[in-house]
Ligand binder design. Sequence first.
Ligand SMILES: Nc1nc2c(c(=O)[nH]1)N[C@H]1C(S)=C(S)[C@@H](COP(=O)(O)O)O[C@H]1N2
Ligand SMILES: [Mo]
Length: 441
Amino acid sequence: MNWFSSTEQQQLLKTLERESEKLHFTERRHFLKNALVMAGSGALALHGGQALAGNQNLPPNVPQWTGKLGDGVLTNPYGQPSKYENQTIRRTVPWLTADAISSISMTPLHSLKGIITPNGLVFERYHAGVPTINPDEHRLIIHGLVDRPLIFTMDDLRRFPSVSEIKFLECPANGGMEWKGPQMEALQFTHGMISCCEWSGVRLSTLLDEAGVKPQGKWILAEGADGAAMARSIPIEKALDDTIVVYAQNGEALRPEQGYPLRLVNPGWEGNTSIKWLRRLEVGDKPWHMREETSKYTDLMPDGRAQQFSFVQECNSVITSPSPELPFKGGKGWYEIEGLAWSGRGKIKAVDISFDGGINWQQAPLKGLVLSKCLTRFSTMINWHGDPMLLQSRAVDETGYVQPTLKQLRAQRGGNSIYHKNAIHTWKVNANGSVQNVQLA
Ligand SMILES: Nc1nc2c(c(=O)[nH]1)N[C@H]1C(S)=C(S)[C@@H](COP(=O)(O)O)O[C@H]1N2
Ligand SMILES: [Mo]
């Protein structure tokens, strides 16, 4: 594949080589004076540089910033992204919630590479806003059906053996706005209620072992210290399996938005069970809503019954590039098609891509790490001839579960659902390269 083939481009590169030799062998200031009089080149058109043609920072000129000293260490004691990346931000849909306190913002999936969500871009879900918690005044209480009720300081928790695991965390409402039809012209809004971080902390099983769960102890109520005192019931099997009491996220302390100083992470399960600002774990013999009034998420089934616990986030995938935010900008030619797949039941086994709305499928190679209950990247190259396409991805997980079509999912779940929409998603690529959110009948 020859990416930069034009003769102009080759000439430009030769000039550049000559000039950079000069840069290293002549006095810099002298060279810069020379460089400024060199004319801009028409070859810049390749990457839409035309608008900037004649710009003194573009080849074959030496850019301004090369001719002077930059900012020193500790200009930013805590580093921030380049000011030119100020569009890589969480966003929300204003009409979704009445206010910003009990609300949600989404991760800009189109702007991210690899599988890790940077801490500042992890989607936020609050029922009563973000509390400001002094870690010295924070305690974790374990009580109920245990031999030894315990109260831990943050220091206490850091003395236990720790684990670090990369896991996705998804709100079951992800994609929920799309049940009735295509609504959101942005990947950030169709799929952005998901993140994937390396979470560090102590296994809940380690702490429960310390407290000694009584034989009648079958459920754990986890409660947050936020204004909602949000609480969820978690079966003991999960708590003793892979649940983590987390204090760090991608290497640093949890962000306030993600539950500083302490949260639960239930890998692969509905995000709402991963209680943030965790302050209390009560071991009981049944789920809490059967004992008292606690809020819970339910799924309305076609027959009008509500399904109470759908804990697992089933296998799902989406193409992240192209997407409405990342159209094909350069006309016909080679592009990388990239996407993300995940399953709350384990590893991704394979991902297929269709260019014709699901008639023909071809396997897309997985790249990078393929971990259990973790975002997984897939990608493939295409030589786009400028024809409209109906792009889809279909993931299969290690249990053999195949991501359903929207038709299959609707047949199973009816039209009243809000949560757990993991159907195959369709992007329509138009002849001009723009990308639209569509649903096929
Ligand atoms: N204490 C508390 N924990 C909470 C919430 C909350 O509002 N309060 N929101 C829950 C919901 S609905 C989701 S989807 C996840 C979101 O985690 P994040 O904000 O770190 O992305 O946190 C869960 N834990
Ligand atoms: Mo959620």
